[in-house]
Design a protein around this ligand. Structure first.
Ligand SMILES: Nc1ncnc2c1ncn2[C@@H]1O[C@H](COP(=O)(O)OP(=O)(O)OP(=O)(O)O)[C@@H](O)[C@H]1O
Ligand SMILES: CC(C)(CO)[C@@H](O)C(=O)[O-]
Ligand code: BAL
Length: 279
């Protein structure tokens, strides 16, 4: 496995391997969720590139850019164990040099859910992912469904801008007790770890009610909110039942309905989601 920091060097490498690269974009502090994406990438292409870049343009001014967890040496071991060929770890000054002025924005899909709570977030995500596609030139790029809206936005961007990249979405990897793996889990205190289960409990409550025949979104929402309201340390950002393609609100749920939620546990904002009829 090699580590490339320079954008120019990455592009030069990519030119030689064009058509045979699978890219896994990440912000580092790698865990089993990321590893599952790398394992899938390994199956799909001869060369696996993992990018590690805590992208400043997707963080709002009061967000956790500075406190975002980082540990390059640990990341290097996780990536090597997953059979990665190249870690691309650019510096912010190389990605956004002085005078930088260009941004890519998907409209519509980005105004709701996480986009409403984090204005400008998806503009930063699509900008950096478009740059990564141009630098790494992947034939396929692998993303996790934990960031369901991000995956929908990237699929839209690829269609609308005719990027020649196959987008693959992979299932959410969870801890044994249900907590979705996330780099930000590392910022939970010991006392916040148990209350953080309120997200997966909300999902379980909604799924149980749906399986028992409940279709009213108003009723399902009440059921899902209960585990969150029980935790004094948890503050709801949003909990929504949406059409999984358009992300538009629904009044009646079916098998394809997306339940997406974001909850602040102390100062740590966590997200989770499920499609009611899946698994
Ligand atoms: N538990 C998980 N299961 C599957 N994929 C995941 C999981 N967590 C993250 N990913 C995916 O890994 C990729 C990189 O995500 P990122 O580096 O932001 O990690 P993260 O753990 O989601 O961090 P954050 O704390 O920012 O939510 C994204 O495509 C994301 O959806
Ligand atoms: C896709 C991504 C790597 C872009 O910075 C980031 O949003 C993430 O880690 O999900
Ligand atoms: N996983 C999405 C990256 C972010 O929260 O900024």
């Amino acid at each position: 496995m090699i580590v490339i920091e320079s954008v120019a060097e990455m592009q030069q490498f990519a030119r030689q391997r064009r058509g045979e690269i699978a890219l896994v974009p990440t912000m580092g502090y790698l865990h089993e969720g990321h590893a599952s994406l790398m394992v899938e990438a390994r199956k799909r292409a001869r060369t696996v590139v993992v990018s590690i870049f805590v992208n400043p343009t997707q963080f709002g001014v009061n967000e956790d850019l500075d406190s975002y967890p980082r540990d390059f040496e640990r990341d290097r071991k996780v990536a090597a164990a997953a059979g990665v060929d190249v870690i691309f770890a650019p510096k912010a000054a190389d990605m956004y040099p002085a005078g930088y002025q260009s941004y890519l924005n998907v409209e519509g899909l980005t105004t709701e859910l996480c986009g409403a709570s984090r204005p400008g977030h998806f503009r930063g995500v699509t900008t950096v992912v478009a740059k990564l596609f141009n630098i790494v030139m992947p034939a396929v790029a692998i993303f996790g469904k934990k960031d369901f809206q991000q995956l929908a936005v990237i699929r839209r961007m690829v269609r609308d801008f005719n990027f020649d990249v196959d987008i693959v979405g992979m299932p959410i990897v969870r801890e044994a007790d249900g907590l979705a793996l996330s780099s930000r889990n590392a910022r939970l205190t010991a006392e916040q770890r148990e209350p953080a289960l309120c997200l997966s409990r909300a999902i379980a409550a909604a799924r149980d009610a749906f399986r028992a025949g409940e279709k009213s979104v108003a009723v399902l929402r009440e059921k899902a909110l209960a585990p969150i309201e029980r935790e004094s340390v948890a503050q709801l950002d949003y909990l929504e039942f949406r059409d999984q393609d358009t992300l538009l609100p629904l009044q009646t749920a079916d098998e394809r309905t997306l339940l997406a939620l974001a909850v602040r546990v102390g100062s740590v904002r966590l997200i989770d989601n499920t499609v009611l009829g899946e698994e």
